[in-house]
Design a binder for this molecule. Structure first.
Ligand SMILES: *Cc1c(COP(=O)(O)O)cnc(C)c1O
Length: 395
């Protein structure tokens, strides 16, 4: 038995997405830049994919640039906005302490180029208020970048409110919507979003493809030198099968968004209720204002890595935080950002369920985690000290 509970790391490709890709690998494999009709078939497929994605976001097709995924879209959005700002002498950027590393590391790079970065504190509930953004604005602020939903704790940010604050101040607003797309409603116009990043493999599309929405009039600088593909914003022969698969997956997800979210939320809340019965455990992030499939707990007195290995033995794919940080022994920057002490942040578990998750799997997950935590505590000297009162319980 295998239970896949790591949908925030990546998702299984849908049959719809695979079916949409095959014709552009087997039959219409032309280069969209070629002038002959066979190449133009590929161009039409690319533009159709762009239109389908635009319809899901409420933007115009020409406002979308295909990228290699969420990381590239984040890099390009932030670097482009910084370059635009820098030319006007505006070198201040506002973001948050719990962004994905694709955002944080790009900001680190800009810091070395003499940009000033304000990272907003995140409240214990895992949410940044629009008012915090307003208070941090300066006359030289050129960009605000705040993620739509956090990839570790799933909390949903007030993107529309932040967008309104930015638009009023005339500052560009970028949101990393990689975890939100296909799972939460997005309307870039109503939400006053200027730049938005997407990645197909987080909503049952293929890996290695994403998109960057840039509102008409916001000039993107290209990260890659080469041909004039994507109207000069992204050189390199377009990946037509990937674009078609991404569009099919997103259209499918958007069409069934409400029912999928409703169903997944019920299972998520059942899982949260079951894991909350474990003593000295705490849910990370607001209980309600979170992605339909996200569950993230800290358990006192255990190591997250050991828990993952035990769960792996039971056929469960889970994570201690983001796939990108596991492997390093540092505790998650997200859990530290919401104020979890180091000792506790080490004992975290993220389970992210999806459309395919069943009720039986939820029951199995609850029992498996309860057993694994109890076992690890039974052999843990740290836990023994806590139980004997030598060290005080934190949670
Ligand atoms: C997965 C993820 C990314 C990176 O996307 P890739 O397509 O894997 O490069 C960026 N931001 C968030 C919030 C993510 O969850």
């Amino acid at each position: 038995m295998m239970i896949y509970a790591d949908n925030a790391a990546t998702t299984k490709m849908s049959r719809t997405a695979i079916a949409a890709m095959l014709p552009y690998m087997e039959e219409s494999y032309g280069n969209p830049s070629s002038l002959y009709a066979f190449g133009q078939q590929a161009r039409e497929a690319l533009e159709e994919a762009r239109s389908r994605i635009a319809a899901c976001l409420g933007c115009e097709p020409r406002e979308l640039t295909f990228t290699s995924g969420g990381s590239e879209a984040d890099n390009q959005a932030i670097l482009s906005a910084a370059h635009l700002g820098g030319r006007q002498g505006k070198r201040h950027i506002i973001s948050t302490a719990f962004e994905h590393h694709a955002v944080l590391h790009t900001l680190d790079r800009l810091k070395k180029e003499d940009f000033q970065i304000t990272l907003l504190d995140v409240h214990e509930d895992g949410i940044v208020a629009a008012e915090q953004v307003r208070r941090a604005l300066r006359p030289d602020t050129c960009l605000v970048t705040v993620m739509y939903a956090n990839n570790e704790i799933g909390t949903i940010q007030p993107v529309g409110g932040i967008g309104a604050v930015c638009r009023e101040a005339g500052v560009l607003f970028h949101t990393d919507a990689v975890q939100a797309a296909g799972h939460l409603p997005i309307d870039v116009t109503a939400q006053n979003i200027d730049l938005l990043s997407l990645s197909a493999h987080k909503f049952h599309g293929p890996k290695g493809v994403g998109a960057l929405y840039a509102r008409h009039g916001v000039a993107l600088s290209s990260l890659i030198e080469g041909g004039a593909q994507e109207r000069g914003r992204r050189a390199g022969t377009e990946n037509i099968p990937a674009a078609a698969g991404m569009a099919a997956a997103l259209a499918d997800a958007c069409e069934h968004l409400k029912e999928n979210a409703a169903r997944t939320t019920v299972l998520r809340d059942r899982l949260i209720a079951g894991l909350s019965k474990i003593p000295h455990a705490v849910l990370n992030g607001d209980a309600k204002n979170r992605l339909p499939g996200n569950v993230n707990f800290c358990f006192e007195g255990i190591e997250g890595e050991s828990l993952l290995l035990l769960l792996d033995d039971k056929g469960i794919c889970a994570s201690s935080g983001s796939a990108c940080t596991s492997g390093s022994l540092d505790p998650s920057h997200v859990l530290l950002a919401i104020g979890r002490p180091h000792e506790i942040a080490h004992g975290s578990l993220r389970l992210t369920i999806g459309e395919e998750t069943t009720e039986e799997e939820i029951n199995y997950l609850i029992a498996a985690v309860q057993d694994a935590v109890a076992y690890l505590r039974s052999i843990s000297p740290v836990w023994r000290d806590l139980e004997r009162g030598k060290t005080p319980h934190i949670i």
